[in-house]
Design a protein around this ligand. Structure first.
Ligand code: BGC
Length: 717
């Protein structure tokens, strides 16, 4: 397996947010931003926790960042070693993605150098480990302040109303208590064989352990640290747990070894080889690295936020991104994780029922931005106007009803891919009934017509709000109706006791006929003679213009393109793949001519203002036999976190972070697109469509519980 190493020599302030994402390490329980050890909240340093949230005042509810035990300050002869060009002789930051290691090496002008290696342990997910090596060229007094920094970065905080810091001779400890009453404990133990003076102090929410050394020229000092993080969701007494865990944990070299072994076994399953294109291979495996870093392998019911574990943007919430863009990777590589992601939806069904009820609908209306329990963190004012500074009314929460069909689609993919029907019995079938009920209650019908319609929705293209009969939404709702009927029939036939129990609970059997009817009578999208599908009623009547023409109307680069007055709202310019996403997801239903017509029509009208967009076009390009056109779109998705750029703002709201949906979309393009993978109930096939220069793709996947090796040179199984 080829090495996968990402490096930079930059410590330029303007690169800090980007590098924080690019050099992220994580283990599904937490993500550690790739910021340097001397950085704090100003530089967006964060140890971002999965699945635990807090609200401060009436601000947005967001995930917690734990006190950061990777905080260091180095002083040589009383002078702080700063990261300024006139104090730095050389500097390198490195991510070893095969081993999940973050490394920085800095040599300062006075000849001192500091090398720090750190990682979030891939198996012992509560552990963070670090090894610091300091070398001196001259005799010097060296002081290293190693801290657990509780002065954390919060976007809508402060989330810790209390922070207590202490030390007990064995370990340093910081415990934060949130506004919602949760606590987060971080405990760190340090080890050095070098002779030193050691001192502890508390300062501004930091528990500092200072090490002082009298060094001779050429000395090399090593200090290792093991820290553990526990929250009140993990244990009744998180501090006690954190302490015990750290004090009982093996030494740094042993932890490093087991961490690397876990990474090696993950890579053994996940690695993709692309012979003939080293750049694409590297970008795709780098995307896979991120998907591995955020996979909740430690949990049985947890999902992945839209920005992974890279911070608090998008409120750490779960979107349709997970089921539609990330799930395929986990189905292929870590099916247990796929199950965990879907169990999260089963466990948040009550939240979805509650949301439907709040809006006056039946069944289950899943949260657009889902936190624990299915709580919808999406605000009614999700964008801030750049000109007035006022919040803008957005309708993502109330009108993006396609979210419920994404959950249905995820469950369907799981059963088809794994052959494991157990999720239907564990609550999946109940979701299907409640999803169908939701869409049924959303339908409208004119007195004079038999056609059912879905009015007042937002499709994937968020720039056009409150439209009628968005093709994607209608077709996915139809899919949800049909699934509800099909799986209910299967349940009745194969698991009659479970069917009876479910029917007793929901009393739905008579509704199945209504669901079938709805699937039949739901409005078919308007289609031109050449097969172009109208994105929603009236879309073709909007101004037909070019993306650049619309862009040139912006008065501020951060201006929001959609909503009531957005530059795109009255035009055919769309934010992201919409009809095209439908054509891929429901690909069994459309022939290549339709896909071709829509691809050619919508691509020039798409801004790709979301990182979810390019991969859908890449997939469609492959479906119509144009892998070379797919290639740059694939690369754009695979490199979303590897190269700078990407949207950082929606109006005045910061939306930066990693892009796991783009990473998942790149994987999907490799698998469904270039490799042309497909399956029926009991067989799979591969119909490769390789872009120019590619000689072979090979990867391993799990299919129906069995490991398989796929290659573009072996086309049947
Ligand atoms: C996109 C949504 C997506 C969300 C989170 C938005 O910009 O329009 O489709 O779910 O970002 O990634």
């Amino acid at each position: 397996m080829k090495e996968l190493v990402i490096t930079t020599n930059s410590y330029d302030e303007k690169d800090i947010p980007d590098l924080g994402n690019r050099f992220l390490t994580g283990n599904g329980y937490m993500g550690v931003r790739g910021t340097l050890e001397e950085y704090g909240k100003q530089q967006l340093a964060a140890v971002n926790l999965s699945g635990i949230f807090d609200r401060y005042g009436d601000g947005w509810r967001e995930p917690l960042n734990a006190p950061n035990p990777f905080s260091l300050q180095l002083l040589v002869n009383g002078k702080e070693e700063t990261l300024c060009p006139d104090n730095v002789k050389s500097h390198e930051q490195l991510l070893d993605a095969r081993r999940g290691l973050h490394l920085r090496t800095t040599e300062y002008m006075d000849g001192t150098s500091m090398i720090v290696e750190r990682f979030a342990h891939m198996e012992q997910v509560h552990l963070l480990c670090m090894n610091v090596v300091i070398k001196t060229k001259k005799d010097a007094h060296v002081r290293l302040n190693a801290a657990i920094d509780g002065d954390v970065w919060d976007i809508h905080g402060p989330h810790y109303r209390d922070m207590s810091c202490k030390e007990n001779g064995d370990a340093a400890m910081v415990v934060g208590c949130t506004n919602e009453g949760d606590s987060v404990a971080v405990c760190a133990a340090y080890h050095t064989d070098a002779h030193c003076e050691r001192q502890s102090m508390t300062e501004n929410r930091k528990q500092i352990t200072a090490f002082q050394f009298e060094c001779k020229a050429g000395d090399m000092i090593a200090i290792s640290m093991t820290a553990s993080v526990f929250t009140s969701q993990d244990a009744q007494d998180p501090l006690l747990c954190a302490q015990k865990f750290v004090l009982e944990s093996p030494s740094y070299p042993l932890l490093r070894k087991s961490h690397i072994q876990t990474w090696a076994s993950l890579w053994d399953k996940a690695n993709v080889e692309i012979e003939g294109d080293a750049e694409a291979e590297r970008a795709l495996n780098y995307s896979i690295y991120h998907l591995l870093c955020i996979a909740p392998r430690h949990a049985s019911s947890l999902s992945i936020p839209a920005r992974g574990l890279s911070g608090q943007t998008y409120k750490g919430a779960i979107f349709w991104d997970t089921e539609m863009f990330m799930l395929d990777f986990y189905l292929a590589v870590l099916p247990d994780v796929a199950k965990t992601l879907l169990r999260y939806r089963i466990d948040t069904l009550d939240g979805a029922r509650e949301k439907a009820r709040q809006y006056g609908y039946e069944g289950a209306f899943y949260a657009w931005e889902s936190q624990e329990g299915g709580y919808d963190a999406c605000s009614d004012y999700n964008v801030t106007d750049v000109f007035t500074g006022r919040p803008m009314r957005t309708y993502f929460r109330d009108k993006q009803v396609h979210i419920t069909s994404a959950v249905v689609y995820g469950l369907y993919k799981y059963a088809r891919w794994t052959g494991d029907e157990s999720l239907w019995l564990e609550g999946g079938a109940e979701i299907l009934i409640e999803a169908a009920r939701f869409y049924y209650s959303y339908l409208v019908k004119s007195l004079k017509s038999d056609v059912y319609e879905l009015w007042d929705v937002i499709g994937p293209d968020e720039y056009h709000e409150r439209v009628n009969n968005n093709a994607y939404t209608n077709e996915m709702a139809r899919f949800a109706f049909l699934q509800a009927v099909e799986i209910s029939q299967w349940l009745k036939a194969e698991h009659s006791d479970e069917f009876d129990a479910l029917n007793q609970k929901l009393n739905f059997e008579d509704e199945l006929i209504l669901f079938s009817q709805a699937a039949e009578q739901l409005k078919q999208p308007t289609q031109t003679d050449t097969g172009i599908i109208e994105q929603f009623d009236g879309y073709f009547k909007l101004e037909d213009t070019a993306v650049d023409a619309v862009r040139s109307r912006l008065k501020d680069p951060r201006e929001y393109w959609g909503g009531a007055y957005g530059v795109a709202s009255d035009s055919q310019i769309i934010k992201q793949a919409d009809v095209i996403t439908m054509l891929f997801m429901l690909r069994d239903q459309y022939d290549a001519n339709i896909v071709r017509a829509n691809y050619d029509y919508y691509l020039p009208r798409t801004e790709h203002g979301s990182s979810l967009s390019a991969c859908m076009y890449a997939l469609s390009a492959c479906m119509i036999g144009r892998p070379n056109d797919a290639y740059p779109l694939f690369l754009k998705s695979a490199q979303a976190d590897l190269v700078s750029g990407g949207k950082q703002w929606a109006g005045l709201v910061y939306i930066g972070g990693t892009h796991p949906a783009a990473a998942g979309g790149a994987y999907m393009t490799m698998l469904w697109g270039f490799l042309g993978f497909d399956y029926s109930r009991d067989a799979w096939s591969v119909a490769p469509k390789l872009p120019k220069g590619w000689k072979e793709i090979s990867c391993k996947i799990m299919w129906h519980g069995k490991p398989m090796k796929l290659s573009s040179k072996t086309t049947k199984g």
